[in-house]
Design a protein around this ligand. Structure first.
Ligand code: UD1
Ligand code: CA
Length: 457
């Protein structure tokens, strides 16, 4: 049987009170609509159609070509939104699953079960429902005496009595494709919101004598619709718990899951320990046997194995194996930290290749640099990379020793094995194997102080 999917994502999301279009709000680092698309992609569907309207260009740009897009120029309701797919789908035989772009917690397992029941029962429509402790705001599922679904009534249209019903419409349905478009053509906008409601198809199909079914899932949390920031934070908390649990079951230790924030897109290897207060974002990948945190923020980095990274911030960079970073280090974009490096406290590194076994243990700024192997950058080493207009490169060859409090004024090259005396300001290249001293000589004026005191008396 052919299967199609329609994802509704054209609404403005007025209740979010945001400049960001609702379905683009991230939940654990991934846009809500992307969560929905990713789960739907796991089903065997032939094609996915995403209905876009508000922020159409932004949605397209973020989500890309994993889905087809159909523009709903005016947002006249969920039924009207589905109707926009008429041109592409109306003539086709098969099952069409319809989902909202604002239900980011739905899993492919639940969608699979919904589809299975729908197809086995050969129903015209099967609606995914759940029991809510607080059903306010949702459409309610009204059933006949015999338990069969009668219709769905929106919260705003419901009577006091109907509002006591706890079974809600999750906004997810499987339809017989031909009957979906047949029913949609009869939906009116004669209701509290003056909108064409997709759920009205259920009553229409029922009254025509078609089989209308419901699949009630156990887990209300999974079906939550995010309409405002309160729900967004609840969705985030549920998703966070789910992500952390998956990592733990895969062999990652998370000391305090309630205080560990890992994006849906992050990968972590076995036996890595994540200490409290750590945030791992975007396309971050952490290898095995690492200790990350406490209080470490890593964004879009590839981190190898057996690393220890404490109280530090890393972004858009790569870290090899057996590296020690922190406490309080800052690795800024486009840096490559090779194996066995040590980057200690109050060290900032930017756009720098840091060779194997090299160290900057304390209080340094290393930017726009190529640092070779086994280099020792003493406390307070600084690459002077910026003249107020342009940035310049500092090259430090293997086995160089830079004494404390040295300025390396770029562009400058320090040859292999060279020694830089503490307190030097290096403005010219230093050949390999040389000792370079670039500071004023020390002068001791003996008995100077007591002489000064005598003259004052
Ligand atoms: C909808 C359902 C409600 C259900 C709830 C579940 C309707 C009429 N109501 O209500 O029964 O309990 O979801 O979360 O369907 N959209 C469009 N075009 C439009 C209108 C909406 O694409 O013209 C999209 C929105 O972007 C959103 C989705 O459809 O992703 C749902 O719309 P929303 O306004 O959030 O519906 P609810 O009031 O939550
Ligand atoms: Ca909604």
């Amino acid at each position: 049987m052919d299967r199609f999917a329609i994802i509704l994502a054209a609404g403005k999301g007025t209740r979010m009170k945001s400049k960001v279009y609702k379905v683009l709000h991230p939940v654990c680092g991934k846009a809500m609509v992307q969560h929905v698309i990713d789960e739907v992609s796991k089903l065997q569907v032939q094609s996915i159609y995403t209905i876009i309207g508000y922020g159409a260009e932004e949605v397209k740009a973020q989500v890309g070509d994993v889905t087809n897009y159909i523009l709903q120029e005016e947002q006249l309701g969920t039924g009207h939104a589905v109707m926009q797919a008429q041109g592409e789908l109306a003539g086709k035989q098969g099952t069409t699953i319809v989902l909202c772009g604002d239900t980011p917690l739905l899993t492919s397992e639940t969608l699979q079960a919904l589809m299975k029941q729908h197809e086995e029962e050969n129903a015209a429509v099967t609606v995914l429902t759940a029991k809510a402790d607080d059903p306010a705001g949702y459409g309610r599922v009204l059933r006949n005496q015999d338990g069969s679904v009668k219709k769905i009534v929106e919260h705003k249209d419901a009577t006091e009595d109907e509002r006591t019903v706890q079974e809600i419409n999750t906004g997810t349905y499987c339809f017989d494709n031909a009957l979906l478009f047949h029913a949609l053509s009869q939906v009116s906008n004669d209701n509290a919101q003056g909108e064409y409601y997709l759920p009205d198809c259920i009553e229409i199909l029922k009254q025509e004598g078609h089989k209308v079914s419901a699949y009630q899932t156990e887990d209300f949390n999974e079906t939550m619709g995010v309409n405002d920031r309160v729900a967004l934070s609840q969705a985030e908390a549920i998703m966070r718990e789910r992500i952390n649990r998956t990592h733990m079951l895969n062999g990652v230790s998370i000391i305090d899951p309630a205080n560990t924030y890992i994006d849906a897109t992050v990968k972590i290897g076995q036996d890595t320990v994540i200490q409290p207060g750590s945030i791992l974002r975007g396309n971050t990948q952490v290898g095995e046997d690492c200790i990350i945190g406490p209080h470490t923020e890593i964004t879009n980095c590839k981190v190898g194995d057996r690393n220890h990274i404490r109280q530090s911030v890393l972004s858009e960079s790569e870290v090899g194996n057996e590296v020690q970073i922190g406490p309080f280090a800052h690795i800024r974009p486009e840096s490559m930290i090779h194996d066995k490096v040590k980057v200690g406290n109050f060290v900032e590194i930017k756009k720098t290749v840091f060779g194997e076994g090299s160290k900057a243990s304390h209080l340094s700024y290393i930017g726009d640099a190529e640092v070779g192997k086994d280099v020792n950058l003493g406390c307070g080493s600084i690459t002077v990379n910026y003249d107020g207009k342009r940035k310049y490169l500092t090259k430090i060859d293997d086995h160089v020793f830079v004494g404390c409090n040295s300025n390396l004024v770029a562009p400058v090259t320090i040859g292999k094995g060279a020694y830089i005396a503490a307190g030097s300001t290096i403005t010219d290249d230093v050949p390999g194997d040389a000792l370079s001293i670039a500071r004023a000589r020390q002068v001791n004026k003996e008995n100077y102080v007591s002489k000064l005191n005598m003259n004052n008396e």
